[in-house]
Design a protein around this ligand. Structure first.
Ligand SMILES: C[S@@+](CC[C@H](N)C(=O)[O-])C[C@H]1O[C@@H](n2cnc3c(N)ncnc32)[C@H](O)[C@@H]1O
Length: 219
């Protein structure tokens, strides 16, 4: 199925991004945490403990979880947690060929709570992926993009190797700008090419001829 490129009235990094990021960094984010997210977090904590507390990889917004499987196969000495809010997506067939790696688990949770629970528990994932998050390309939707969200400082607090990919260059440019603003890390949006897509969205965008972008930092 062909995918149309992102269209947005925005032509560069949002002019209100820096102010929004500074505001979020200055004020604690106090939205109450929902019980179902606590239960989901506890479930993944137990699975990770049962796996011997290997170095952690978070695959946040994992969709059907294909990238979670790829990461688990690529990093067999790590434990990968795939998190998505959509039970429907998590239950769908990933079309993984062969035996599935065992060093992973999936949880249905809202990341806004899950990230804060992970930070409160002192988690320091070795690697942390945000692969093709919903772009929210309307100018008025800045605060729905992860770097414009009040939870963004918590994402950075978790540390590790952080990687965000998107087919919308501006999303990744903004992510890099927000990351630099809070961490001082001199990172930037870079083109990303691959012959081996690890997520359904990555595969779909490549098949449709879109350019892919990513931002990486080690925090
Ligand atoms: C565009 S899809 C990308 C899925 C997958 N990473 C891929 O590349 O194929 C974005 C995913 O983020 C999930 N998502 C969006 N907001 C979320 C939230 N607050 N908590 C958990 N998952 C969320 C959606 O359910 C969806 O599966």
């Amino acid at each position: 199925m062909n995918s149309t490129p992102i269209s947005s009235a925005q032509t560069g990094v949002h002019e209100q991004l820096a102010g929004l990021v500074a505001r979020h960094a200055a004020h604690a984010f106090r939205k109450p945490i929902a019980d179902y997210n606590r239960r989901a977090f506890e479930h993944s904590l137990a699975a990770w403990r049962a796996a011997g507390e290997a170095p952690l990889i978070l695959d946040t917004g994992c969709g059907v979880g294909l990238s979670t499987l790829h990461l688990a196969a690529q990093y067999p000495d790590h434990f990968v947690i795939g998190i998505d809010q959509s039970a429907d997506r998590l239950a769908r067939n990933t079309h993984w060929e062969g035996a599935e790696p065992g060093n992973l688990c999936f949880v249905r949770a809202d990341l806004v709570d899950y990230w804060r629970l992970a930070a409160d528990a002192g988690w320091r994932p070795a690697r942390h992926y945000l692969l093709y998050p919903n772009p929210w390309p309307k100018i008025g939707h800045l605060a729905r993009r992860w770097h414009g969200h009040a939870v963004f400082p918590t994402i950075l607090q978790l540390g590790g190797h952080l990687e965000c990919r998107s087919n919308w260059r501006i999303y990744v440019e903004e992510f890099a700008a927000a990351l630099k603003q809070l961490s001082g890390q001199d990172t930037a949006a870079e083109p990303y090419t691959t012959d081996a897509p690890i997520t359904p969205f990555e595969r779909k965008y490549l098949a449709s001829g879109h350019s892919l972008w990513r931002c990486r930092a080690t925090l």
